[in-house]
Write a protein that binds this ligand. Structure first.
Ligand code: F6P
Length: 381
């Protein structure tokens, strides 16, 4: 019998987290009459068993349109390698046995873990230790391979698109190049989709190492045809041909991912030097993570939350809810983590953008397959 469940949000925040929390609490309480315990700040809340609270339907009233997470989150640390200070010295400790014990003492029959690849990998490892977990895929990066969409992604794309719309008008007024750096880590989904929706002239993706000369040629060619401004979208993980992505801070025990950033500045500087056209950079940063979720993410988050509770009711632990086509489905967390979903450089979305003239900075020898096939067909008659 399920009587009491816990819910936690881990990793970087994203629009739609509160929609999931609301759906879990309402379904668990109204449909199943279970108790729900809100766990604060991801797995830290379970290590220290602090600020745990019973959640009522009233507690989730009005949170659907709110950004962030009412439970708090962290993308620092990992309970399996937790940094603690002992006798004035920092030591790395495995706190997972403490989590297992706290879950037992609290009488939690299941935990809903809402997170991206990092938090879900931890959930998978806790599941292997016997913790009854279910997962909900969250991240603006949309880089989880086992689901068509993570919630939060389409809102981030909307935010970036609106920024591009605004930058077009100021770029046109000043005859400038505007370089917009967007998030996404090692996946170019936000850059690709906002770049298409926001009519960028150049899109630079982590999946396509770019030739800066091709970028400059595009800007200059636009000038020749009377277009005095250009918009370049650069994913934070994009790298120049033969170079590396630009890292601001290395990964550590505390922060398990490198912090990216700086490619926008580098592209703007090189374009200005090579073309003589004033080039400015805008780093959208955490604006993409903050604010109200769009209708799509509110609905997706709500459907994910309900589905997560249904997984618990069926005692299908170790699974993550996901979207396949238009249907909510589920997949083993084990199969959902550790395999990043990246943009296919020769896929339909990229080649569609190229068909209408968007530049990806591909070196000449790396023509996309679809265009190459079309060209081969033409040649053969
Ligand atoms: O994974 C989500 C994300 O926003 C990435 O796109 C970005 O690289 C990273 O988190 C930034 O994390 P932080 O908030 O620690 O700077």
């Amino acid at each position: 019998m399920i009587r009491k469940i816990g819910i936690s949000t881990g990793g970087g925040d994203c629009p739609g987290l509160n929609a999931v929390i609301r759906a879990v609490v309402r379904t668990a309480k109204l449909h199943y009459q279970w108790d729900v315990i809100g766990i604060e700040d991801g797995f830290d809340g379970l290590i220290y068993a602090r600020n745990l609270r019973y959640m009522t339907v009233d507690d989730v009233h009005g949170i659907l349109p709110r950004g962030g997470t009412i439970l708090g989150t962290t993308n620092r640390g990992n309970p399996f390698k937790h940094l603690v200070v002992e006798n004035g010295k920092e030591v790395v400790k495995d706190m997972s046995p403490l989590i297992v014990e706290n879950i037992r003492v609290l009488g939690l029959d299941a935990i809903v873990c809402i997170g991206g690849d990092g938090s879900l990998s931890i959930a998978r490892d806790l599941f292997k230790m016997g913790v009854p977990v279910v997962g909900v895929p969250k991240t603006i990066d949309n880089d989880l391979s086992a689901t068509d969409l993570t919630f939060g992604f389409t809102t981030a794309v909307d935010t970036a698109t609106e920024a591009l719309d605004r930058l077009h008008t100021t770029a046109e007024s000043h005859h400038r190049v505007m370089v917009v750096e967007v998030m996404g880590r090692d996946a170019g989904w936000i850059a690709l989709e906002s770049g298409i929706a926001g009519a960028a002239d150049v899109i630079l993706l982590p999946e396509i190492p770019f030739d800066i000369q091709k970028v400059c040629d595009k800007v200059k060619q636009r000038r020749l045809t009377g277009r005095l401004s250009s918009i370049i979208v650069a994913a934070e993980g994009a790298a120049q041909l033969g170079g590396d992505r630009i890292v601001q801070a290395e990964a550590s025990i505390q922060y398990q991912n490198v912090r990216l950033g700086g490619i926008g500045q580098s592209v703007a500087r090189q374009v200005e030097e090579r073309t003589g056209i004033e080039s400015r950079v805008v780093v959208l940063g955490h604006l993409q993570r903050g604010g109200s979720p769009n209708a799509f993410d509110r609905i997706l988050g709500t459907r994910y939350g309900v589905a997560a509770v249904e997984l618990i009711a069926q005692k299908q632990f170790g699974y993550m809810v996901c979207l396949h086509g238009r249907n909510i489905d589920c997949v083993e967390i084990e199969r959902a983590v550790g395999q990043m979903k990246r943009v296919d450089p020769n896929g339909q979305i990229v080649t569609a953008a190229e068909a209408l003239g968007t530049e990806f900075g591909r070196p000449n020898h790396a023509a996309p397959k679809a265009n190459k096939e079309a060209a081969d067909k033409k040649k053969s008659g």
